[in-house]
Every structure is written in structure tokens, then in C-alpha cells.
Write a protein that binds this ligand. Structure first.
Ligand code: BES
Ligand code: ZN
Ligand code: ZN
Length: 453
């Protein structure tokens, strides 16, 4: 898809609160509603107010609706605003809307629109460049998550990360199961040990010359989560290819950040493993020792993400010096989805200022985050009678928070840390807003904007 200043074969227009104009067509101008007038070579999309989410949705819908026709170029006037966040969102939508996950289909999807014709005297080169990098990274994240588990094994995920590191001149270290075993990453190692596809810990680093800050991003990369011996029921196991979303997200963020050239040193730690069953699977009743020496009583092997992340957090704190912030991204709990719904991520931590800053940033990108506050009554729920901590809480309530609190036990400087539970929005089996069926690439945009500062 290219952006030019040519004349387009069809003209698109975003109608803001303009239902009345098109009453004769039954067009109400609702958010994302589309009207295509083929003979007039016009396409209209409604939005109820101008914000990043609606602009992304509008341009996504324009591209999607034109897939049914043969127009190869579309002409449009960008919104008359100086707000760069809005403009980036507007341009991203064209590329996000072009996304199709059709690699397993014999008959491929149509992509008629190949050219976006910008009808304006203004220059948008810089903004388009950034929008392209962001949207292409989001589509890259979507592809990884949507791909089947037989294809994206931990080793394959590591190979994808390595390929990005070579293209983008990132540092890349890949550690295998032997390294994890021999170096005391027993929690991470145990989760992966029943799979014939062994685990990998990937460490990528983007190091610009004079970085303003240093940020560590840790991602849960469960290439498959069957639940392990605490096996998931059949209906809950489907979609668990998406349990690698956290890792894919942090990979997408470091990819885009390095291409944009952000002045931030970024470390991405991917904890890639498969949670499977087998004669050598880790068991409920096992006690695992994490890298920092803490012992964990396993009472449910389906609470595996926190075990992998605990060791990844230890790895980060041992190997990366003087970072300013450490964020983890994980499809960690079904409880988070129950609590805040599938279109919203839960954000947890001890640093209210940092969290508020992220919440503020999310308004600029149109992603939904809900702050879930810890309290002092939760920690005793993780008490174990035989080990330092238990991998599940003794209460059926507050599962997202107790999972987050479990992770916090592996973080030394707690005010530097925030936890993102993306179990809902990372993967939804229907289209929503500007997102397609399946993987969304949720989180990439907000974290990039946050890091831009
Ligand atoms: N990967 C799942 C969480 C999940 C659920 C992600 C739904 C996406 C959609 C995680 O490993 C898990 O199974 N968590 C358990 C924790 C429980 C055993 C304490 C859960 O949420 O049920
Ligand atoms: Zn699980
Ligand atoms: Zn999981």
C-alpha cells in the first residue's frame, strides 16, 4: 500500500455527526458505519466524534468496504488538525484495514486498494512514515499470534525475533532449555518440560546512542497453553495459541521503536514455552525454585504464565542494569477478562503516577486499559503451607489481581514495575472497532506513544 498525491478512483469522506445528510440511504452516521455509492464513486464512513480510536476505525472501514469492489486507489482529505496522535491514527487505519490472515486459505483475500491518494497541500511524510511503521508492526504481531501452534513453536518464535534483530540491528541473545535448567530458572523450565518443543528465553536490546530512558519489556510467550496436567476443558483450550500474545507484543514494540528511532533504550524479554502434558510434565504438588531463590508450590499447572514470567523478571533484573521502568505483558488470567471485558486490558502496579501516565496515553491511541488496584488483603491469599508462595490464590475472587501480585513478588524495585493483563483484547473471535477477528496487536500503539513521551 502506498500513499501518493494522485487522483483516486474513488473518493472517501469521514462524516462527523452528519447523519442527516444521507437520510435517504438509511445511513445514520454511527461510529464505523459505511455507505458505498459505487456509481458515484464515493464512500462515506460515519464517526460520532473525533478521536484516535474513531479515526483508525474510519480508515480501516474504508479499506475493508472497498475490498468488495475494484477501485484500486482511494482519495481522501486528512482531518484538519495539528494533533499528531490523531493524524497517525488516521493513517494507520489504512494499513490495519488491509490486514488479512489468509495464509491457511486456498483462496486468498482480495486487496483491491493499493494506493491512498492524499488530497491536501500539507506534507504528511513524517506522520505517514511513523503510521506505517506502527501499523506494519501491529500486523506483524497479529500474524505471529494468529499462526497455529504447530508452526510457532518457542524455537520458531525465537527465530522470528532473531530475524528482526538482524534487520533492525538489535542485540539478540537466545537461551535454550539447557541454559534455563543449568542456571536455576526452574519455574520457567518446569512449565516447558513436557513439550517436545523446548522453551526459549529471548533477550533483544535496542540501544540508541544517547537514550533518555531505559525500559524493559517482558512478554509471556506461551506458544500453547493446554493447561498442562490441570488440563483445560476442550472449549477453553481453543484459542490458546494466543497465549503467546505478550511476547509477540513486546517484539512488535521493539521492532517499531527501533524503526522509528526512539530515544529510549529498550530491552525485550520473551519467555517462550509450551504448557503440555506428558510423563515428564510438571505437576500440581511440585515445588519449584525460581531464579531468585523463592520456592513456589504448584497447585494448578494452568497458572503457568506467572511461573515463566517470574523467571523472566529475575533474568531481566540480574542482567539489565539501571533501567527506569519494567513492564510485563501477558494473557495471564481469564479473571481479567471476566472483570473488565474482552476489549480492555487490566493494568496493575504500585506506581500510581506511571499508571496514570499510561491511562492518559491510551486516550491518544484509542486502546482501553483499566487500572486494577492491589490491596493488603490479597497477598495472604497466595500463602503456601510448604513453600514461599503458591501459584494460585486460595480465593476464587480477584484472580487478575492475585496473579499480578504473584508477579510482584519477583520484582525488587516495585515502583518501576507495571503489569498488563491483555488476556481479553489480545485475541477476540470477532471484529471490533478497528480490529479484525482474532489477534489485535493490542498494546503496541499505546506503549510506543508512551515511550515517545
Ligand atoms: N492463558 C491463561 C489465561 C487466559 C484465559 C488467557 C483466557 C486468555 C483467555 C492462563 O494461563 C490461565 O490458564 N490462567 C488460569 C489461572 C487459574 C488457574 C488461577 C485462569 O485464568 O483460569
Ligand atoms: Zn494456563
Ligand atoms: Zn496461559
Amino acid at each position: 500500500m502506498k500513499f501518493t498525491k494522485n487522483k483516486g478512483s474513488v473518493k472517501a469522506e469521514i462524516i462527523i455527526n452528519g447523519a442527516k445528510k444521507f437520510e435517504e440511504y438509511g445511513f445514520e452516521g454511527k461510529d464505523g458505519e459505511v455507505l458505498v455509492l459505487v456509481e458515484k464513486k464515493r464512500v462515506f464512513v460515519g464517526i460520532e466524534e473525533i478521536n484516535a480510536e474513531n479515526l483508525k476505525t474510519a480508515t480501516v472501514k474504508i479499506i475493508k468496504s472497498l475490498k468488495n469492489y475494484k477501485f484500486e486507489s482511494v482519495e481522501i482529505t486528512p482531518p484538519n488538525t495539528k494533533n499528531e496522535d490523531l493524524l497517525v491514527a488516521f493513517f494507520e487505519g489504512f494499513i490495519l484495514g488491509d490486514y488479512e490472515f489468509d495464509k491457511y486459505k486456498t483462496i486468498k483475500a482480495k486487496h483491491p486498494v493499493k494506493e491512498i491518494c492524499i488530497n491536501s497541500k500539507r506534507e504528511f511524510d513524517e506522520i505517514i512514515k511513523e503510521a506505517k511503521i506502527r501499523a506494519e508492526s501491529i500486523n506483524f504481531v497479529r500474524d505471529i499470534i494468529n499462526s497455529m501452534p504447530d508452526e510457532i513453536t518457542p524455537a520458531k518464535l525465537a527465530a522470528i525475533a532473531e530475524e528482526i534483530s538482524q534487520k533492525n540491528s538489535l542485540e539478540c541473545k537466545i537461551y535454550d532449555e539447557n541454559y534455563l535448567y543449568e542456571n536455576g530458572y526452574n519455574a520457567f523450565y518446569s512449565v516447558g518440560k513436557a513439550s517436545s518443543n523446548p522453551p526459549r528465553l529471548v533477550h533483544l536490546a535496542y540501544k540508541p546512542k544517547n537514550p533518555e530512558r531505559k525500559i524493559v519489556l517482558v512478554g509471556k510467550g506461551l506458544c500453547y497453553d493446554s493447561g498442562g496436567l490441570s488440563l483445560k476443558p476442550a472449549d477453553y483450550m481453543v484459542t490458546m495459541k494466543s497465549d503467546k500474545s505478550g511476547a509477540a507484543t513486546v517484539l512488535g514494540i521493539i521492532k517499531a521503536a527501533s524503526e522509528i528511532g526512539l530515544d529510549v533504550e529498550i530491552h525485550a524479554i520473551l519467555g517462550a514455552a509450551e504448557n503440555m502434558i506428558g510423563g515428564n510434565a510438571y505437576k500440581p504438588d511440585d515445588v519449584l525454585k525460581a531464579k531468585n531463590g523463592k520456592t513456589i508450590e504448584v497447585r494448578n499447572t494452568d497458572a503457568e504464565g506467572r511461573l515463566v514470567l517470574a523467571d523472566c523478571l529475575c533474568y531481566a533484573q540480574e542482567n539489565i542494569k539501571d533501567f527506569d521502568e519494567i513492564f510485563d505483558f501477558a494473557t495471564l488470567t481469564g479473571a481479567c477478562v471476566v472483570g473488565v471485558g474482552e476489549y480492555t486490558a487490566g493494568i496493575m502496579g504500585f506506581n500510581k503516577e506511571e499508571i496514570n501516565e499510561i491511562l492518559k496515553t491510551s486516550e491518544k491511541t484509542g486502546e482501553n486499559f483499566a487500572y486494577l488496584p492491589f490491596n493488603k488483603y490479597l497477598k495472604p491469599l497466595l500463602k503456601s503451607n510448604i513453600a514461599d508462595i503458591c501459584n494460585i490464590a486460595s480465593s476464587r475472587y480477584g484472580g487478575a489481581l492475585t496473579a499480578g501480585l504473584f508477579l510482584s513478588e519477583f520484582v525488587e524495585e516495585k515502583e518501576k514495575w507495571a503489569h498488563f493483563d491483555i488476556a481479553g483484547p489480545a485475541y477476540v473471535e470477532k471484529e471490533w472497532g478497528y480490529n479484525p477477528f482474532g489477534a489485535s496487536g493490542f498494546g503496541v500503539d499505546t506503549v510506543l506513544t508512551y515511550m515517545k513521551g
